[in-house]
Write a protein that binds this ligand. Structure first.
Ligand SMILES: Nc1nc2c(ncn2[C@@H]2O[C@H](COP(=O)(O)OP(=O)(O)OP(=O)(O)O)[C@@H](O)[C@H]2O)c(=O)[nH]1
Ligand SMILES: [Mg+2]
Length: 460
């Protein structure tokens, strides 16, 4: 475990050359280090906090100037980490950055471990765990939508939604504890029923969150989608149309695409790995067969499938075979070449798509491609991807804690239903509450209960 009492320093901007680089220092020695390394016209002895100071970074060994810089000092606890902090903005030259960091370390600072600034912010109560995790998600977001979802979490949205649920559990615990402490007999049946109903309601909220994890994971990690179909139906053309670039080779000759081609794109702010595949047909050609094996592999591995058919040609047995093979999955049927006269009747189209959504497109003219994007989002998220106000669980650690909490509430409910002593239910309620508290990294659930109980007068 790292020593959280040290003063730490690190480059906070990306390594390499840049106009400006920011080196941050945090810990009790920060201001002392600032005094020893920074020279400015105004006295640096008593820096004004939160004000940009123009000055020079001085090498502590030979007193020579390292660079002109701007420094901002923050006094704890009103800083990102909650400790005294200094931010130096210097010219973004790797040699200058290395020299400044070396000098800070020579004067007693230590290089920060990854995430240590945020860890300190958490330990010092500046952030809860979900907010700290959200910072990481914001930094690693590859689309604006991902960044927005993470920003909501950073603003404490998840913690806010958890709070009323935890309060309700605390309420139930308080009722049961007081029954155990102060009532001679067990709780009457109708009081038990009332508690069971409340527990049911809480479990429903938890289940909704667990359900939202699938969507949340898609937003956080993106998803993969394979374009599947017979040769020549226009898979590569649709791939290119969705990417809005000529990435895959398109030709009249069936069997043009022989290997998987993958490319990243962004649909409604969600990163998507799109796969163009070799057309599936009966073939004795060795290379074609290898290509098709990869198409089948892609069908098994991806999160979503677009099954493409060519409606300018009569429906073929192979289309139906493929439809049959994929029937256990949820796909989107893409009826391509809608710019040509359709050889499929409306009834045939509906029957083929069956329970799947279908979109008519023309990869050639681009018509229907936007509808296809919306259908993809709807298929995955159940909405057209427009930013919703509800909290999505995007993190595995969060969902695991919620699942565990839900199980404990179920056990508590069962114990009450079976007429067991209140203590059995209480054990599970405490465990469930602890798991919800673990999401935000809360340690003081017990303290909270003590506080709640302190409000009870003894005779009650
Ligand atoms: N009229 C029309 N032609 C299209 C459309 N989409 C594709 N094509 C044509 O259909 C032929 C096959 O297109 P591809 O995109 O190469 O088809 P594919 O499914 O990738 O074929 P393979 O890679 O061989 O399996 C090409 O000549 C395209 O120009 C469309 O919407 N309308
Ligand atoms: Mg192709």
């Amino acid at each position: 475990m790292m020593d959280l009492t040290d003063t730490i320093c690190a480059l906070s901007t990306p390594p390499g050359r840049s106009g400006i680089a920011i080196v941050r220092v945090s810990g009790s020695q920060s201001i002392e280090l600032f005094r020893r390394i920074f020279a400015c016209k105004k006295s640096c002895e008593q820096p004004v906090f939160r004000q940009a100071l123009l000055g020079r970074i001085i090498d502590p060994l030979n007193k020579s100037e390292i660079d002109e810089a701007i420094a901002i000092c923050f006094a704890g606890p009103n800083s990102y980490t909650g400790e005294d902090m200094v931010e130096f903005s210097i010219h973004g030259s790797p040699v200058l950055i290395a020299e400044l960091i070396d000098s800070l370390c020579r004067l007693g600072a230590r290089l920060a471990e990854p995430g240590e600034f945020s860890l300190r912010a958490f330990v010092n109560g500046r952030l809860d765990l979900t907010q700290a995790e959200a910072i990481n998600d914001i930094i690693h977001a590859t689309t604006l939508y991902q960044a927005k979802v993470a920003a909501r979490q950073h603003s404490g949205a998840l913690a806010q939604q958890l709070k009323p649920v935890k309060d309700q559990i605390i309420d139930i615990i308080v009722n049961l504890e007081s029954a155990v402490e102060f009532v001679e007999e067990n709780l009457p049946t109708d009081a038990r029923d009332q508690i069971a109903r409340k527990l049911e309601q809480i479990r429903r909220s938890l289940k909704d969150w667990i359900e939202s994890y699938r969507k949340g994971r898609i937003i956080r990690e993106g998803f993969s989608m394979a374009i599947i179909g017979r040769p020549n139906v226009g898979k590569s053309s649709i791939f290119n149309a969705l990417l809005a670039q000529d990435r895959s080779i398109v030709a009249e000759i069936p069997g043009t695409t022989r290997d998987l081609i993958s490319e990243y794109m962004n649909i409604g702010g969600i990163p998507v790995r799109l796969l163009d595949t070799a057309g599936i047909q009966r073939s004795d050609d060795h290379i074609e067969k290898l290509g098709m094996d990869r198409s089948f592999q892609a069908m098994a591995d991806t999160d979503a499938i677009l099954l493409v058919v060519d409606i300018s040609r009569p429906r073929s047995g192979l289309d139906s075979e493929l439809r049959q093979q994929l029937s256990h999955l949820s796909c989107i049927t893409v009826m391509n070449k809608s710019d040509l006269i359709s050889k499929w009747s409306a009834a045939e189209k509906r029957e083929f798509a069956d329970a799947w959504p279908y979109v008519e497109v023309s990869a050639k003219t681009g018509s229907g491609i936007e509808e296809l994007r919306s259908a993809i989002l709807k298929g995955l998220l159940g909405t057209d991807g427009i930013y919703q106000d509800t909290v999505l669980i995007t993190n595995l650690r969060h969902v695991q804690n919620i699942e565990a909490a839900e199980k404990h509430l179920e056990e508590a409910s069962a114990a009450l239903g079976e007429g067991l002593s209140e203590e059995f239910a209480l054990v599970h309620l405490h465990k469930g509450l602890k798991r919800l508290g673990a999401i935000t990294g809360e340690t003081g659930v017990e303290d909270l209960l003590t506080e709640v109980f302190s409000r009870f007068c003894i005779g009650k």
